[in-house]
Design a protein around this ligand. Sequence first.
Ligand code: 4NP
Length: 152
Amino acid sequence: MKFLMVCLGNICRSPIAEGIMKAKLVAANIQGKVDSAGVLSYHSGEAPDKRAISVASKYQIDISGQVARQFRRSDFTDFDVILVMDKSVQTEILSLANTDQERNKVKLLLEYAGIHEITEVPDPYYGGQEGFEMVYNMLDEGCKRILFNLSK
Ligand code: 4NP
């Protein structure tokens, strides 16, 4: 399974999601591909936000080598599922899709995980470290459930 994680800047939420999903695939000995991208090009070429690197490292996940990039049209063919963090990101990515097949690949990560009480991973950029901690926990639970559901 090939997963693309997408947020707005590709420096906070989606790099954490990429790191978590990669670690879970390795731990479960599942073959797969995981990458992340942002709607914006503003942070392209940058490493993840220090606070994102910090929260991931707390859980033994190293995301410091990741490099931000913008979502591109070819991602619709290169990935099986495009997991977006919130509805504004979903709207942006859907606006780039040309076919139903492309549109059908775009899922809110938490909904795809079967979590319906909270469907959006909030943008932690303008908050403190505790926001990153909450985002980490949401993404960890989401990725866990996604792999569990795929194994059924
Ligand atoms: P992310 O957070 O979408 O989780 O990477 C953001 C990072 C930067 C900006 C917005 C969101 N920004 O506007 O610069």
